[in-house]
Design a protein around this ligand. Structure first.
Ligand code: 26Y
Length: 819
């Protein structure tokens, strides 16, 4: 990795001195007492000094230019480790590597000391991180706004095959070296209380909120370092603290312990990331988190706007706010409240601003993931916001009446308020009504948003519903995680592909070049060896790098169908043991996934895969043909090892359920061939790489929907397919849980008697066929190499730089500001 034109000036002696200074002054260690962790911290701090300087300078530069910015609001930013990535963006990887070597250290080892900041669950949070990277790389002015959780996503281990969760104190005792606290940006945030009417100095009756509780929001900035440029943007994370050390009144009344309650409660607000992915639970503390996040962020946006000397009427000219799913929806009534009650604008003036500021990204069609909050909860926690939501809805209902006079079904369906024993606020409806743009995250998904989720909104607001296909940052997901392939690619297409991923298409002409194929496959083999070493060291399982490395890495969810993968493994196992005519190329099935702690079936699936792994990995009858590895504690830094080592990428969701997927893009970029359904971005990956370079199987969206309507019967498939029967029935035995039959039966129960909600059985036979094609074609190494090379070459579209340019052009309308 070499230095490029825009790279940071680097003074090695000064850098070493800075590291040694931090080792002592910041972390209290001498060279004699320092361990690897303290050295990593000191190196991190020394680097952060550079990026913080650039962050403050960029902030000032952007403010002086007074240009339009995007504010990306997200409850999750799954950024992963920053040190290695920032070194690449700064163009200092080799320089710092040499500098730390002179201190007697190895950079690769030091980087392993960093804990992953796991401030997100999965795809949605990781997308936010890739987007920040691409905004900075292309210098589109941006601020990321999130929460400074004390504990990130739980850490996962296995005990006798069962998932065990432990807290993730990602900052450690010493704090995270890359973050900088910004006390001057502190915000004061209210909750609860009541709304009152008062008369202003002009004799006008006004409404205002009198909160019953006050919190403080403290800003922590993480630097998002622009690749090959001098811009650094803030990822601003809010930490909740109690405003006063205690409630003075109660303290004076002698209630010392009660007086500290505020503090205890405030400490809870940003204590921990909710670990649910695509499943709404409606917990009141979560609403508190959402409001705290939005109130701090909106106040900070308005602070910047005013500091630049801009008028409030011009807010939409200078600021746009992207809502990452509905999680920050409460920002909408919060901005309206401030415009109405603090700036004293009339409703129409306030709405004219607000409705041009917000844009909303939808990430899911799953009904259980669409957020609703009870009116009672909102009214008690945020009484003024509830009034404003009612007013937005009232005016919207008039629009619906004008469009479809007398049609009460339409009103019921579109209303922001869902009627029932408990009235509920539909956050997605509030978003669509209040945003100037709404987008899905892949072409198919966006079509389904228009056709199935919001058809009437699409009629009412033509052009509002759009598509922006997701992408991933090529810096982290190729250049940083796959140095071997990076070197090959540099040689063939030049070194500017990390900022221009379409340039990878220049590789296509080498797809049939035998020498290139050999080198490409040699890189893959090295990467497989690196993963095999990791698995040996951490799990004690030996892997043969001649085997096909087949990976499924993503959250554990029924719709993602890890159990379909499992049934295929059971089918292979059954054949290897019982069918002497059956043979296959050795294959290693690699899983990594966390299950939401309350999601019983997801945990059952993890347990089943672990139990099958135990048996299969030690069964001498299989001659080492089949290995199953469930890697614990899936996280960004593990993905960085697994993805470059993958031959096969499992993207096997039921068609219509995976909005996009982004792991599919990372894996294809690193030369894994996709086995996938026509779902999410798989459809577009197929379009790019061509049908012969991907293994597509399974029902199409319309077939899934039709089958469901006609009455889907899983028994039909069970009765017709003896291999499927064998795979399912073995789950009732004690084959994998000796002495304890039935421990894996819940999965079979769900599929056969639970109605198989995600049509696993319907897709089983076609999946097995697709996998047989993988097996056959892998044996022809030249053919496989060609396909893998073409995958790397042809997925340039899936750079998050392109996604961001789509947002900029079609939604945000920003100009780049070069530093
Ligand atoms: C309501 C709450 C419990 C909730 C929390 C997290 C709901 C959803 C989520 C997370 C959703 C998520 O990660 N969605 C994924 O977003 C990716 C980025 O767009 C998509 O690639 C992926 O298909 C989608 O499942």
């Amino acid at each position: 990795m070499t230095t490029r034109g825009q790279a940071q000036q680097f003074d090695k002696a000064a850098f070493k001195a800075s590291v040694e200074k931090h080792l002592q002054a910041t972390y209290g260690k001498t060279k004699a007492t320092a361990d690897a962790r303290s050295w990593y911290l000191a190196v991190g701090r020394a680097l952060a000094e550079i990026s913080t300087g650039n962050l403050l300078a960029t902030e000032q530069h952007v403010a002086e230019k007074n240009v339009r910015s995007v504010n990306y609001l997200s409850l999750e930013f799954l950024i992963g480790r920053l040190t290695g990535n920032n070194l690449i963006s700064l163009g200092l990887y080799d320089e710092v590597s040499a500098a730390v070597e002179e201190l007697g250290l190895n950079l690769t080892d030091l980087l392993e000391e960093e804990r992953d900041p796991a401030l997100g669950n999965g795809g949605l949070g990781r997308l936010a991180a890739c987007f920040m990277d691409s905004l900075a790389a292309q210098e589109f002015p941006a601020v990321g706004y999130g929460l400074h959780y004390e504990y990130g996503l739980f850490r996962q281990s296995f005990e006798d095959g069962h998932q065990v969760e432990t807290p993730d104190a990602w900052r450690g005792v010493e704090g995270y070296p890359w973050e900088v606290v910004r006390p001057e940006l502190t915000q004061s945030i209210g909750l609860y209380g009541h709304v009152e009417t008062y008369t202003d100095e002009n004799g006008v009756a006004c409404r205002r909120w009198v909160p019953g509780m006050q919190f403080e929001g403290v800003a922590w900035d993480l630097p998002i370092v622009g690749y090959d440029n001098k811009s650094v943007y803030p990822l601003r994370l809010w930490e909740c603290r109690s405003s006063a050390p205690f409630n003075l009144q109660r303290f004076n009344d002698g209630d010392y312990v009660g007086a500290q309650y505020g503090q205890l409660e405030a400490a809870n607000v940003t204590k921990v990331l909710y670990p649910n992915d695509n499943h709404d639970q409606g917990k009141s503390l979560r609403l508190m988190q959402q409001y705290f996040h939005c109130a701090c962020s909106i106040a900070d946006i308005l602070r910047r706007h005013e500091a630049a000397g801009n008028k409030i009427e011009d807010l939409a000219k200078f600021e746009t706010i992207q809502l990452n799913d509905t999680h920050p929806t409460i920002a909408i009534p919060e901005l309206m409240r401030i415009l109405l009650d603090e700036y004293h604008l009339g409703w129409d003036a306030a709405w004219a601003i607000s409705s041009k500021v917000f844009a909303y990204t939808n990430h899911t069609l799953l009904p259980e993931a669409l957020e609703t909050w009870s009116e009672n909860l909102i009214a008690s926690m945020l009484p003024r916001h509830m009034e404003i939501i009612f007013e937005i809805n009232h005016r919207f209902m008039l629009e619906v009446e004008a469009k479809w006079p007398g049609d009460n079904d339409k009103k019921r369906k579109l209303s922001i308020i869902q009627e029932g024993p408990q009235r509920m606020v539909r956050m997605a409806n509030l978003c669509v009504v209040s945003s100037y743009a709404v987008n899905g995250v892949a072409a198919l998904h966006s079509e389904l948003v228009k056709r199935d989720l919001f058809p009437e909104f699409n009629e009412l607001f033509p052009g509002r519903l759009q598509n922006v296909t997701n992408g991933v940052t090529p810096r982290r997901w190729l250049k940083f995680c796959n140095p071997g392939l990076t070197e090959l690619v540099n040689e063939k297409v030049g070194k500017d592909w990390p900022a221009n991923l379409e340039k990878l298409s220049g590789l296509a002409k080498f797809a049939d070049d035998k020498a290139f194929q050999k080198r490409y496959m040699a890189v893959k083999k090295d990467n497989k060896q690196r993963l095999a070493n990791w698995v040996m060291e951490n799990m004690g399982i030996e892997l043969d790098t001649n085997a096909i490395f087949d990976v499924q890495i993503k959250r554990l969810h029924e719709y993602k169908r890890q159990h379909l993968n499992l049934l295929h493994i059971l089918a292979l196992y059954h054949r290897l043991v019982n069918d002497p005519t059956f043979d296959m190329h050795p294959r290693v099935f690699i899983f990594a996934a966390k299950a939401a702690p309350g999601y019983a079936l997801a945990k059952d699936i993890i347990f089943a895969i672990n139990k099958v792994a135990e048996k299969v990995n030690n069964d001498p009858r299989l001659g080492g043909k089949l290995k199953v590895v469930f890697v614990p504690d899936y996280r960004v830094s593990l993905a960085e090892i697994i993805i470059p080592a993958a031959d096969v990428s499992e993207q096997i969701s039921t068609a219509g359920f995976e909005a996009s997927g982004t792991g599919n893009m990372k894996l294809a970029l690193n030369g894994a061939l996709t086995v996938g359904t026509m779902d999410g971005a798989n459809v577009e990956i197929r379009e790019e790489v061509g049908d012969e370079n991907i293994y597509i199987f399974g029902l199409l969206v319309d077939e899934v929907q039709k089958l469901k309507q006609e009455g889907y019967d899983p028994h039909r498939y069970y009765n017709a397919d003896s291999l499927l029967r064998a795979a399912l029935d073995v789950l009732e035995t004690d084959e994998f849980t000796p002495g304890n039959p039935g421990q894996l039966a819940a999965i079979r129960q769900n599929l056969l008697n639970g109605g198989d909600p995600f049509m696993v059985l319907a897709d089983f036979a076609d999946y097995v066929k697709a996998q047989a094609r993988v097996d056959a074609e892998y044996q022809d190494q030249a053919l496989w190499a060609r396909k893998a090379i073409l995958n790397t070459a042809l997925v340039g579209k899936f750079s998050s730089d392109r996604s961001i340019r789509d947002y900029v052009k079609n939604i945000w309308k920003l100009d780049a500001v070069k530093r």
